[in-house]
Design a protein around this ligand. Structure first.
Ligand SMILES: Cc1ncc(COP(=O)(O)O)c(C=O)c1O
Length: 420
């Protein structure tokens, strides 16, 4: 993933890339909101869906719907084939070594909970430590906190500097013999900071410590290669990468999945059951109890195919163009302060404005048809670190344009007018 420092506006966008062509794929982008064309800049919360994904889900329910892994009839075979082929799509997308390493989950939150409840419960004991960073989403804080409370272990936090970057020396110093796992955000949803995860994984591995990556904001914005990263666990959510809600994937190295106890019990995760003993299914089914989100997995595969057809480098370059352009435009507004100013950022501009509460900013820009997020972004400890109760956040996706950044800036000018 290239950094802001390496990208100046427009310098590396694929000449064949046509954002207006892309926009035609997203029906919702033709909407008007409060009489104004929708300007959707809340992509870190969830992305809009292209018709390729919508149509695929409609086709599944119209022509292919059945349960998976348990019927010999035709439709069950069709649904099973598409569901398992979706797993292969995720495997290829992440460059995992095997589809046995891909577990379908509800999303990033469930993936972190799964690892905390299985790997964590089996490996973390009294006096042990779990290491996270100061820029995590609540999803990568609370499950570990719950585990530590249950086990009498300690949650350690690698500090962040004033730019919103993890202090790598501070992180390194916290890795020790008691650390049983490090769980790290790939890209901050609240600030946009891209963590140097490859280096952080290497530092943990030097001490034999496994690493989980919260990739909720990683997968949507650039190439992720889990073998190259050498991470032990990587989680992402479908809905943040143009796919449906309620589906995501956990990548985990096979040897970890083999050793981990199951997460939930029920149908599909078993080989045989007696009242005395249950033996568990092969990977990855051991971790997928009950009827899975079949339509979600198939829709997710359609989304990943869509993203792959555009190309990760094109996505990174286009979004960086918007980030650089937006950062320049917003920085020029008197009294506006950007929170999160690392050189290595992706797709997010978080800001505060003198005299205006972020919620008021959000409401006024909404009146102009501009959708941004305001609040603590599920990162309350991070807000505390920056001594702000909340921020306003614009976040970009592949279908956004410079004209939409201009609309955001014009709507902020209205906020300034109201509060001047
Ligand atoms: C960095 C990060 N981690 C985790 C999550 C949780 O994702 P989900 O709600 O899809 O489980 C989010 C969602 O905003 C996120 O941005």
């Amino acid at each position: 993933m290239s950094s802001l420092a390496e990208v100046t506006p427009n310098d590396s966008i694929d000449a064949a890339f046509d954002v207006h062509r892309i926009r035609e794929d997203f029906p919702i982008l033709r909407s008007t909101v409060r009489g104004k064309p929708l300007v959707y800049l809340d992509n870190a919360a969830t992305t809009q869906k292209p018709r390729q994904v919508i149509d695929r889900i409609v086709r599944y329910y119209s022509e292919e719907n059945s349960n998976v892994h348990r019927g010999v009839h035709f439709l069950s075979e069709v649904a099973t084939n598409h569901y398992e082929s979706a797993r292969k799509t995720v495997q290829r997308f992440l460059n995992a070594a095997s589809e046995r390493e891909i577990v379908f989950v509800k999303g990033t939150t469930e993936a972190v909970n799964l690892v905390a409840a299985t790997f964590g419960r089996a490996n973390v004991g009294p006096g042990d430590e779990v290491l996270i960073t100061a820029i995590e989403h609540h999803s990568n804080i609370v499950p570990w906190q719950m585990l530590c409370e249950e086990k009498g272990a300690k949650l350690r936090i690698a500090p962040a500097n004033d730019l919103g970057e993890v202090d790598i020396e501070g992180y390194r110093e916290l890795l020790n013999d008691r650390t049983k796992i490090a769980s790290i955000i790939h890209i901050s949803n609240a600030l946009g900071t891209i963590n140097p995860i490859k280096e952080m994984i290497m530092l943990a591995h030097d001490r034999g410590i496994p690493v989980m990556i919260d990739g909720a904001q990683g997968v949507p914005h650039g190439k992720v290669d889990v073998q190259d990263l050498d991470c032990d666990f990587y989680a992402f959510s479908g809905h943040k990468v143009y796919g449906p809600t309620g589906i995501g994937a956990l990548y985990a190295k096979e040897r970890f999945l083999e050793a981990m106890p199951p997460y939930q019990g029920g149908g599909d995760m078993i080989l045989s059951v007696t009242y005395e003993k249950t033996s568990y299914n092969a990977l990855p089914y051991k971790f997928e109890a009950g009827t899975p989100n079949i339509a979600g997995a198939i829709g997710l595969a359609a989304a990943l195919d869509y993203v792959s057809a555009i190309g990760a480098d094109t996505i990174t370059a286009h979004e960086n163009d918007l980030l650089v352009y937006g950062t320049d435009q917003l920085s020029a507004i008197d009294g506006l302060r950007i929170i999160g100013t690392s050189k290595n950022k992706a797709s997010v501009i978080s800001f505060v404005l003198d005299g205006a509460h972020p919620h008021d900013i959000g409401t006024i820009v909404d009146g102009e048809g501009v959708a941004i997020r305001t609040g603590h972004h599920c990162a309350q400890p991070l807000m505390l670190r920056f001594k702000v109760p909340a921020t306003a956040r614009a976040s970009f996706a592949i279908y956004n344009t410079r004209a939409e950044v201009d609309a955001l800036v014009a709507s902020i000018a209205k906020v300034v007018e109201v509060f001047a």
